[in-house]
Design a protein around this ligand. Sequence first.
Ligand code: NAD
Length: 462
Amino acid sequence: MKAYDGMYIGGAWRPAAGQDVIEVVNPVDEQVIGTVPAGTAEDVDAAVRAARAALPAWAATPPAERAARLSALRDVLAARADEIAETVTAELGSPLKFSQAVHAAVPVAVAGSYAELAATYSFEEKTGNSVVHHEPIGVVAAITPWNYPLHQIVAKVAPALAAGCTVVVKPAEDTPLVARLFADAVHEAGVPAGVFNLVTGLGPVAGQALAEHPGVDLVSFTGSTAVGRRIAAIAAGQVKRVALELGGKSANVILPSADLAKAVNVGVANVMSNSGQTCSAWTRMLVHRDRYDEAVGLAATAAAKYGERIGPVVNAKQRDRVRGYIEKGVAEGARLVAGGPESPRERGYFVSPTVFADVTEDMTIAQEEIFGPVLSVLSYADEEDALRIANGTVYGLAGAVWAGDEAEAVAFARRMETGQVDINGGRFNPLAPFGGYKQSGVGRELGVHGLAEYLQTKSLQF
Ligand code: NAD
């Protein structure tokens, strides 16, 4: 157990204004592994002032130099990958192999992509008798969740820095240690003082103070739809920009011509990965009624394989919430074919990999986001029915389509109301825009579209 001290503000670790701390718990054994300061409005104010003070010089720094700092940051993240993976495993509970392959590796790729984009993006363009300058929006407040704790920070900080913005990050209360490690990495990469700042703290205290701060020009938030709505309301009151990456309830549509076993196995793996705590997870599997029983059998067998391998969910509250959804599924008449609400272990916040069959669209488990290893399998009568079910939630973050013929899958994907669709198991692409239709969010992250979120245009006429 270690008591971590200070907030990273203005290029150095400074004592927090208050005495309160947040305990960081290892979800595998429920032991407190450390404490971090619980920031107050005073800490937030100091961080925003530091970011404002650093803004003019950073905004005027040539893109090539900003690219060089991001390149250095990528190298530091790569060099410290083991430490990052171990830290995420300790505070999030994900198996070490997954932490290495995803939690530590993806941020290296994303930081690298923005090093390249900063160097190659046209920050100036001509149109008719105008020259259009793409200028940084200003001071960015980045409020992030715990499920991909470093990725979500880097997906905001790297494009913001590439654009010439300065940043204050408020990471999730459950995973502040990897955020502190990131602050050290930024420091080591030679990013000038005040360009990046970190305030740990509670959402309704430090998070809210940051969103409300008049010195912030853009609030970039990833998290629940409920909090996203509050942040959008605050931003509207001050006419400041807002980017929201919110929840999801993605459909995995298996068309009749698909390789069923592959589609089901990859679909189950997608949901169980990171213990089901992935906003873009394909938590609804849609199968034609002629192949439904076969698909349910395959899904149950596949889910059972994850029993020993899966990590816990992040905390007791999340575990109880997920178990509550499983109980609700049973109560509403869905059929459990794998897992269930009982705790599979005595210690730790574990939830059994769970599969429900006979799920209908109107059930709570088919409509609400369950942030845990729970898959619902639904049946459809024909393609139109499948499309109606796939589009029948308030969310639209991601999805998947499987078909024997790629063109058939693409035609279906084009009719889905969602920001991302994986065709026949297409891989994650860190350069492709990521973000939601409908209540899954506003704005896009990653790649060139993610960079554009941090820029505003100024047109000069000649
Ligand atoms: P959350 O909304 O509770 O918290 C997210 C962040 O907001 C945390 O840093 C928290 O401290 C802060 N926060 C909480 N209340 C606040 C307030 N009143 N004002 C300002 N900040 C506040 O979400 P969570 O439970 O940590 O994360 C899970 C959710 O995030 C899921 O719904 C998931 O789908 C979503 N998510 C979305 C994406 C995406 O890209 N669309 C990615 C990951 C997670």
